[in-house]
Design a protein around this ligand. Sequence first.
Ligand code: PLP
Length: 362
Amino acid sequence: MSRAYNFSAGPAALPEPVLRQAQAEMLEYPGAGASIVELSHRGPEFLEIARRTEADLRALIGIPDDYAVLFLGGGATTQQALIALNFAAPGQPADYVVTGHWGRTALKQARPYVDLRIAASSEADGFRDIPARETWRLSADAAYVHITANETIHGVEFRGAPPDTGEVPLFADFSSSIASEPLDVSRYGLIYAGAQKNLGPVGIGVVIVRRALLERAGQPRADIFDYRAHLAAESMLNTPPSWNWYLLGLTVRWMLDEGGVEAFARCSEAKARALYEAIDGSGGFYRNEVAPAVRSRMNVPFFLHDEALDAEFLAGAREAGLIGLKGHRVLGGMRASIYNAMPVAGAEALAAYMRDFQRRRG
Ligand SMILES: *Cc1c(COP(=O)(O)O)cnc(C)c1O
């Protein structure tokens, strides 16, 4: 099988030029006499990769100087626990807005460390919408307000200006939508993302945090769980996942070369439009139940009107060079993830396949 259009939710498709460069440099990183995977993270080659990756990520996302950037082993789930340990005093409230599966995970990871408050939740109606900001019950003494910018499984995304949380800093899980459109970092206290959706490979996560927040005492914790200690050590408190970091660096550079977040915002709109049109125009053969105003541009979950057709739909898709479409076990059905590495042509090919399948089986 040649390379297909890969709609996997994560680990997800990487840009082909990134894979090719990694392949070319696998045996010998230029001038190093060894693979980057075999070299010390404290050697000149890797230190240069680390320096360049941070500079490129700052340029790509527009990260102001008063924000620190950390590259940490472990995924987004790790950060969901660490944010509580680092920024909430013992027993301090933390507000959570739960709009899908990952918001629920965030709650669970923070629960041992904070006085957990659910400020708003759309769980009762199946995570099909985002509760209006006016309905949120925020605590004045909360350590932070946590949101999930894009719910990767439920396909629900915050659109428009980030919610105003006053004096309490807004913390956001951007794992599946970072770098997909312009982002005003200054509106957030902290942004975190596992890399394997839109930034590169699994095994590394990025934390972007307002430096002033790092002065908070948080809770007793070992160095290795301490963001301040990681920052002081330039994210090399222990051996970092250097190969993953290198791949993340190549991916970020590719995004800059492709025109940056504005270009990806345009592509994302086009890809999402192609798929939602195929769903909405199917007369009920396919359905997506998320409120149109908050439908995700990155993950499009959809259901066939008769789930007995699911297996045939997936097999035919594979045949047509479209893989990774099986929905998450939490929801079932289908899910098309259309991150930055997915070209518009891939989403169009899927939309065409969906129409064709409906013609044959509708
Ligand atoms: C995938 C994902 C996570 C979990 O990431 P891990 O790297 O597996 O810990 C958390 N939040 C969101 C929004 C995700 O998409």
